[in-house]
Design a protein around this ligand. Sequence first.
Ligand code: DCP
Ligand code: MG
Length: 241
Amino acid sequence: RELTGEVEFENVDFGYNPDKIVLHDINMYAKPGQKIAFVGSTGAGKTTITNLINRFYDIQDGKIRYDNINIGKIKKPDLRRSLGIVLQDTHLFTGTVMDNIRYGKLDATDEECIKAAKLANAHDFIKRLPDGYNTVLTGDGANLSQGQRQLLAIARAAVADPPALILDEATSSIDTRTEAMVSKGMDALMAGRTSFVIAHRLSTVKDADCIMVMEQGRIIERGTHDQLIDMKGRYYQLYTG
Ligand code: DCP
Ligand code: MG
């Protein structure tokens, strides 16, 4: 059955070590296609929540549902493939640009990979590489800039065409022009998919359907940007610095 991208957490408790709970009573609901953003200080639990959306770990208590199927406690590694992840450190391997994109869906044709690269806004830089899509990347893509690696990660996720996405925005500085290219690619990738975004720049979460403000493993505020500003709480503090 195809998943729609509906994701629900109900009273989820989690600790990497069961003796030390790091997420407390997390409740959230994402409708298919919505953009959910997580903000909050370091150690607040943002990455941990996204790890659970991917079911990388078993939870201690509560339920995680995709389309009403409780996946919180069953080992279903296959479900992981239904989600696309664009992480801060993209894992690229020694091989061509094409094969690195194809890694998102191993039976994708060259045409599908190029289409994904175009959607990701990666096509133009790839065309300018010495051998275009046949350019061989050295281990971990060391011969690319960080922004280019991110564009490839977006293309890889686009070729996988998942109903839901997790985007962990890079903290390290890329130049403004590259950043604009990456954010344009990410917007195209997110369109029509449920997306969970860990944002380090508050400007990228402004258009989210719901922003979750986290602190010490709890969601302490939630709402749209305007609602949270009106609340004059933690988000307002973060935003006004
Ligand atoms: N933690 C842990 N074991 C791990 C990862 C994290 O015990 N393998 C702890 C450290 C924090 C808490 O879990 O106390 C939440 O960590 P997160 O990585 O989820 O925090 P953030 O992603 O919010 O922080 P950052 O903004 O630094 O990425
Ligand atoms: Mg993190």
